[in-house]
Design a protein around this ligand. Structure first.
Ligand code: E4P
Length: 218
């Protein structure tokens, strides 16, 4: 089988998300409480968003659990999972988060550990058997760290374990390409970053020339 590479859209802006999902340009949708807030939404909107994106054809839909204890995180995660088979639960890479993730994995849930900032956390996630980890490239770089090198090291560490890197905090097409070059398979980014991946002036010019040739022939 060939290498599986996927884009996800990291947004709760329903118009922007629908454009990408309906056109089948992304595998699914990722959110977290900050992303919901930025779109004027809250965790109370999660069921309606799930229903909408499922109907539009998303193949995976990620919502993040919340709570000040492992038990609270588990309760909220179970609410997310009850929405349907497309639900993936995001859990922050904290002590309570790792405990919640471990319990969810043992129940058979698809889990992503998010806000991963170290190789040791990546390794821990793989020992638990979560499906994905989300390291934050842009934020690593904001902290003065070599984000591409650190995420490349995480990728090498967990390669072949059943846990995959789904990179986040990607701010330009070159971020996506740099991580793909070191073997990262999955990427989530804002609609504007994904849109920038699709376009090039040279392609636009070539397309305009094709159209002009058609027009000249009719
Ligand atoms: C994803 O879970 C993160 O919220 C997102 O990718 C962060 O991106 P930013 O660092 O550009 O805000």
């Amino acid at each position: 089988m060939g290498r599986d590479i996927r884009f996800y859209v990291d947004s709760a802006d329903v118009g922007a998300v629908s454009d990408l999902v309906v056109d089948n340009l992304v595998h699914g949708v990722t959110t977290n409480p900050t992303i919901l807030e930025r779109a004027g939404r809250s965790v109370g909107d999660i069921p309606a968003l799930y229903e909408r994106w499922e109907a539009e054809g998303a193949r995976e839909i990620f919502f993040q659990t919340w709570g000040d204890s492992t038990d609270a995180m588990l309760r909220n995660a179970n609410g997310i999972l009850s929405l349907g088979d497309l639900a993936v639960v995001k859990v922050p890479a904290t002590r309570s988060g790792f405990a919640a993730a471990s319990a969810l994995v043992s129940e058979g849930a698809s889990v992503l550990i998010t806000a991963v900032y170290s190789q040791a956390q990546a390794l821990t996630a793989a020992t638990i058997g979560v499906r994905y980890i989300a390291p934050y490239l842009g934020r690593l770089r904001d902290a003065g760290r070599d984000g591409v090198a650190e995420i490349a090291a995480m990728q090498a560490l967990i390669e072949g374990t059943g846990t995959d890197v789904l990179a986040a905090s990607l701010r330009s097409p070159s971020d996506v390409v740099a991580l793909a070059e070191v073997g990262v398979p999955f990427f989530t980014a804002a609609p504007s970053v994904l849109a920038a991946c699709f376009v090039s002036d040279a392609s636009e010019n070539a397309a305009a020339e094709f159209e002009a040739a058609v027009e000249r022939g009719v």
